[in-house]
Design a protein around this ligand. Structure first.
Ligand SMILES: [Zn+2]
Ligand SMILES: [Zn+2]
Length: 148
């Protein structure tokens, strides 16, 4: 069984990877989708728009896992708006990403407090696999390294 961490925010997989089990938008809407599983775990559900069409994209909640589910792929490096599927507001901009001009990291919070110390940042450029971790995440992943 995966080991539970503080207030059940994340768990460890058998190979020591961190799985996000709680994820929220800046308005504290739950982004975890238990019906759509990716790599065996509930996914993180996002509404994505390229300015013309919108679609639901489900990304893996497993650290470092690039698997995702979607209907239609965009050309690589398309800059997207990443929205909460509930309030349809764009996720908070945390920092620029240097993969392509105009790209940025947006925040998926691991708590309802809108705190950057408990967040995962994902780049809004399609097929950019860089991510930015808040400090809580780094502490958890360091723990994971020690255990594995
Ligand atoms: Zn929301
Ligand atoms: Zn990027």
């Amino acid at each position: 069984m995966p080991e539970a961490f503080d207030d059940n925010q994340s768990v460890l997989t058998e190979d020591g990877k961190v799985v996000v089990t709680q994820a929220f938008c800046h308005n504290a809407h739950d982004l975890i989708n238990k019906d759509v599983k990716i790599s065996g775990y509930p996914s993180i559900n996002l509404l994505v728009s390229d300015g013309k069409t919108e679609q639901m994209v489900y990304i893996s909640a497993v650290q470092g896992d690039q698997a995702k589910k979607f209907d239609k792929a965009y050309p690589d490096n398309t800059l997207l708006s990443i929205l909460c599927p509930v309030c349809k507001e764009e996720l908070d901009n945390i920092a620029p990403c240097d993969c392509t001009k105009g790209s940025k990291f947006v925040a998926i919070y691991l708590n309802k407090k809108r705190s950057f110390s408990g967040c995962v940042g994902i780049c809004n450029s399609w097929n950019c696999y860089r991510s930015f971790m808040g400090s809580a995440w780094r502490i958890i992943s360091r723990l994971a390294d020690k255990i594995s």
